[in-house]
Write a protein that binds this ligand. Structure first.
Ligand SMILES: NC(=O)c1ccc[n+]([C@@H]2O[C@H](COP(=O)([O-])OP(=O)(O)OC[C@H]3O[C@@H](n4cnc5c(N)ncnc54)[C@H](O)[C@@H]3O)[C@@H](O)[C@H]2O)c1
Length: 261
């Protein structure tokens, strides 16, 4: 076995279909690229059609087989339609990545109840509904692997993002519960908890003071690059390398959650 064959066997995803929800976003598209380069066929699923079209173009330009499907994660009906479309195209869905997310930053006394509900609906309820819909089919097709996206504030509070933080703490808790519920049925469920990777949903809350705080709190003293999430995703999602890993929350954060002062 050559080195390449060994790595393909351990991490390769040839013959598998991955649905990446939020796949047109900064991290979702990067993870789609990583999974695609490891051999998976990709369904980019997102609410933004223009961004989906661009995402598929980019994946295809890298030699990755991909389609897009519009979805709103707050609707079980929409997720069920996505599942059917993905299965019709890919045969079955082996991998699910829940990468949709929204955020708003406000002081606590200004937290708006409707905005709270909207963030919870996408980040937490959306992850739950998506897991529910796809696990239903994975149980019938021989199993699968799920990757949810938490955050460093799944572990600890950050200022101004109260709903977001609560939703992401919930995502890790949900991930652990799903992992234990389906552990003997061929379904693994893990989370990546990224540190700070500037993207559309968080750029608007990154003022100068916040950036300074982030850099001071990040031992590596820099932002992450989305490509730095790919290795963690491949490990957690791959059938062989990740075969005994379920319910984990892997922090990819430049040391943020181990920082001290
Ligand atoms: N960028 C970071 O620093 C960072 C850090 C920790 C966690 N995260 C999480 O990573 C995930 C991806 O975030 P990102 O930074 O790539 O942001 P992004 O805004 O670039 O991507 C989020 C994607 O989710 C999609 N989306 C929003 N609402 C949706 C809905 N109702 N249904 C379907 N899709 C929907 C958006 O259209 C967008 O493409 C999010 O869950 C985010 O909370 C990001």
């Amino acid at each position: 076995m050559t080195n390449q064959e060994y790595l393909n066997d351990l991490f390769g995803m040839k013959g598998q279909t991955a649905v990446v929800i939020g796949g047109a976003g900064a991290l979702g598209l990067c993870l789609s690229t990583g999974l695609g380069k490891a051999g998976a066929k990709i369904v980019v699923a997102d609410v933004r059609e223009d961004a989906c079209v661009e995402a598929v173009k980019k994946l295809e330009s890298e030699g990755i087989e991909a389609i897009y499907a519009l979805v709103n994660v707050t609707s079980k009906e929409s997720l069920t339609e996505l599942r059917e479309k993905a299965a019709a195209w890919g045969g079955k869905v082996d991998i699910l990545v829940n990468c949709a997310g929204i955020n708003v930053g406000t002081p606590f006394l200004e937290v708006d109840a409707d905005k709270w509900d909207a963030i919870m609906a996408v980040n937490l309820k959306g992850t739950m509904l998506s897991c529910q819909v796809f696990i239903e089919s994975m149980l019938k097709t021989g199993g699968g692997s799920i990757l949810n996206i938490g955050s460093v504030n799944s572990d600890r509070p950050l200022s101004r993002v109260f709903a977001y933080a609560a939703s992401k703490a919930g995502v890790v808790n949900l991930t652990q519960n799903i992992a234990q519920e389906f552990a003997t049925q061929g379904i693994r469920c893990n989370a990546i908890c990224p540190g700070f990777f500037p993207a559309e949903q968080n750029r608007k809350i990154l003022d100068a003071k916040r950036v300074e705080n982030i850099m001071n709190g990040t031992p590596m003293r820099r932002y992450g690059d989305p490509s730095e999430l790919i290795g963690a995703a491949l490990l957690l999602l791959s059938r062989k390398a990740g075969s005994y890993i379920t319910g984990s929350a892997l922090y990819v954060d430049g040391g943020f959650t181990c920082s001290w002062f």
